[in-house]
Design a protein around this ligand. Structure first.
Ligand SMILES: Nc1ncnc2c1ncn2[C@@H]1O[C@H](COP(=O)(O)OP(=O)(O)O)[C@@H](O)[C@H]1O
Ligand SMILES: [Mg+2]
Length: 587
């Protein structure tokens, strides 16, 4: 109930339209009652009394009645359709906004398919609860009241009998409804599982193919698909059974009514017109009652969906602006990690990190894979918040400034480049001014201009999912152009050259040098050249800094850096494998 009231709040902006829709509905309901009512004069006046004036009046009245009904039905359906679609558009916008506010940890935990399903499927279910069910309930309730009025007016005794029998006829409708509802929940779950599965295997096609897992995935898909089939089959079974049972029960009721009503007509207590008008009223009651039950189902489904949707809308993002957060102006780029601890859920990744990075310094972070280099970098733009300690930028705690102003000061190039399904121009200018000259300048400095102008539509070429395919190196250079264009004082390069071949690496290397000039740069790399030129290198191990200095200094001593250097940078792959093999033999 609380949920439903909250849903109805979304209708508020459209209350005028809603009001008119309700007036139309009640008029449609009134015409329904009149249709049953008119049966009596039709039969008695035309067919029994053979009244000539009525022969013209009544058909004219019938046509008029249906004309009026048609007009109001159209208006009602249009208005409610408008309101319903507006409401789901509003709710979709709202969920998307709320989703965007969630920190990365939310997306770590929530499968993509689930988030998409909230916006697409659940909202559709809500729509049918707020507009269709709402319409049906109002319209059908009006209709039911009108018809009951007609039925009692025509023959109150027979009506009383009918309403004693009716609940027995309604019971199976309700029972079948419940059963169908349960099945429908299972269908939803099964469809969600299938959607998620599809999302994974389609986005992961490269891996599926590389490991020749097509057969395996086919098998998994077949199993999921089969289970959906079985659930659907059950639904058909219940549905197929419900109709004949309802018909038989209806038949019994009609039989009883004919027997009793016929007796009344024969004995002269009633007229045939009266009897048929009554019967028409009873028969016309069947549909709205059945629909009411079905709409009850829709409402239940919609409520369940709205609960899932409200969970997202109400979710307080763990990372958000403080109430008195200040705007961070363009910083100089002095960064300080003060006794920083960080853990994901329960795994401690960084321990007691102390680190000072000065203005325009190029700092390289090295360490074995999984040691926490990316994590360290993610803390600066507050993708995740430190568990303990603090991070300061120009002496200001990053928790005291707005997320927007903090992130405006940071440019990021990551290992896997994300290009949006948009023109190259817009991809480079993402979130920053659209000045063509500046975009080109950034592209030139990123050594991307030359290949961009050779593309079919130059800077207007669409890339990404549906657009042109670019090589890993080209994508990476566009990402670098994007970072250059942002022109932020702090730059984070997280294995930004990892997907490059040697030829394009040379170019990207030059592009990176352009990028690092006059900025505080944190560079996570496994390429020797980038690391060697850094002003300072820190080595991470066990969640903390174990060594620090320049390449020259670190290479002199026997320590973790030298080991990493020998393992990762200097040796050819063949030598490395031999060495690893030897070590394994020893062990
Ligand atoms: N979103 C996450 N949730 C939970 N654990 C994570 C997450 N991201 C990374 N980790 C874990 O944190 C550790 C450090 O990861 P990361 O910073 O990506 O390492 P690196 O960049 O040095 O290779 C890894 O052990 C990884 O399993
Ligand atoms: Mg990493």
């Amino acid at each position: 109930m609380v949920l439903y009231l909250r849903l109805l709040k979304f209708l508020k902006p459209y209350r005028v339209k809603l009001f008119f829709a309700m007036i139309c509905m009640s008029l449609v309901a009134a015409t329904n009652g009149l249709t049953a009512f008119i049966v009596k004069p039709v039969l008695d006046k035309i067919f029994f009394e053979k009244n000539a004036t009525m022969l013209y009046l009544i058909p004219f009245g019938v046509i008029l009645l249906y004309l009026i009904k048609g007009v109001f039905e159209y208006l009602q359906a249009y208005l409610m359709g408008y309101v319903g679609q507006k409401v789901i558009t509003d709710i979709r916008n709202l969920i998307f906004n709320c989703l965007q506010k969630q920190p990365l940890s939310f997306f770590d935990k929530t499968p993509t398919g689930v988030s998409i399903s909230r916006i697409m499927n659940d909202v559709t279910l809500i729509q049918s609860a707020v507009s269709e069910a709402f319409t049906a309930i109002l319209k059908d309730s009006f209709t039911i009241v009108g018809l009951i009025g007609v039925v009692f007016y025509r023959d109150w005794k027979l009506a009383t009998i009918a309403f004693i029998i009716l609940p027995f006829a309604i019971y199976p409708i309700v029972a079948f409804g419940k059963r169908l509802r349960k099945i429908s929940t299972k269908t939803q779950q099964s469809v969600a599982a299938l959607t998620n599965f599809l999302h994974e295997t389609i986005t992961g096609q490269r891996i599926v193919k590389a490991f020749s897992m097509e057969k395996y995935e086919n098998k998994r898909f077949q199993i999921e698909n089969e289970s959906l089939f079985r659930i659907n089959l059950k639904r058909y079974k219940v549905r197929a059974l419900s109709h004949p049972i309802m018909e038989v029960l209806g038949g019994i009721a009609v039989g009883v009514i004919i027997w009793y009503g016929g007796k009344e007509v024969i004995s002269g207590n009633s007229t045939p017109g009266n009897f048929f008008s009554f019967t028409a009223g009873i028969l016309m009651l069947y549909e709205p009652i059945k629909r009411l039950n079905r709409e009850n189902h829709n409402i239940q489904q919609g409520l369940a969906a709205s609960q899932r949707v409200f969970e997202i809308i109400d979710r307080e993002p763990e990372i958000h602006d403080k109430e008195d957060a200040i705007q961070l102006e363009k910083v100089q780029g002095i960064i300080e990690f003060r006794d920083v601890f960080f853990r994901y859920e329960d795994k401690m990744i960084l321990r007691d990190m102390k680190l000072n990075i000065s203005k325009n310094e190029v700092l390289a972070v090295v360490g074995e894979s999984g040691v926490g280099k990316t994590t360290l970098a993610n803390l600066i733009p507050r993708f995740y918040d430190v568990t303990e300690g603090s991070i300061k930028i120009d002496g200001i705690d990053i928790k005291d400034v707005t997320l927007n102003s903090l992130r405006r000061n940071i440019a990021l190039v990551t290992q896997d480049v994300i290009l949006f399904n948009d023109s190259i121009k817009n991809n480079i200018a993402y979130g920053v001014t659209q000045d063509t000259e500046m975009i080109e300048k950034a592209a030139r400095m990123a050594y991307a201009h030359d290949f961009i102008v050779k593309l079919p539509k130059g800077y207007d070429t669409v890339v990404g999912e549906k657009g042109i395919r670019l090589s890993g190196g080209q994508k990476q250079r566009i990402a670098i152009a994007r970072a250059l264009h942002k022109d932020a004082p702090v730059l984070i390069l997280d294995e930004a050259t990892s997907s490059l071949d040697t030829a394009s690496e040379m170019e990207v290397q030059k592009a990176l040098e352009n990028l690092m000039k006059g900025r505080t740069t944190i560079i996570i790399a496994h390429r020797l050249s980038t690391v060697m030129n850094a002003h300072r290198i820190i080595v991470l191990e066990g969640g903390t800094i174990v060594q620090e200095g320049t390449h020259r200094e670190l290479i002199e001593v026997d320590g973790p850096y030298k080991k990493l250097y020998e393992l990762q940078f200097r040796e050819t792959p063949a030598k490395k494998i031999i060495k690893i093999g030897r070590r394994m033999n020893n062990a």
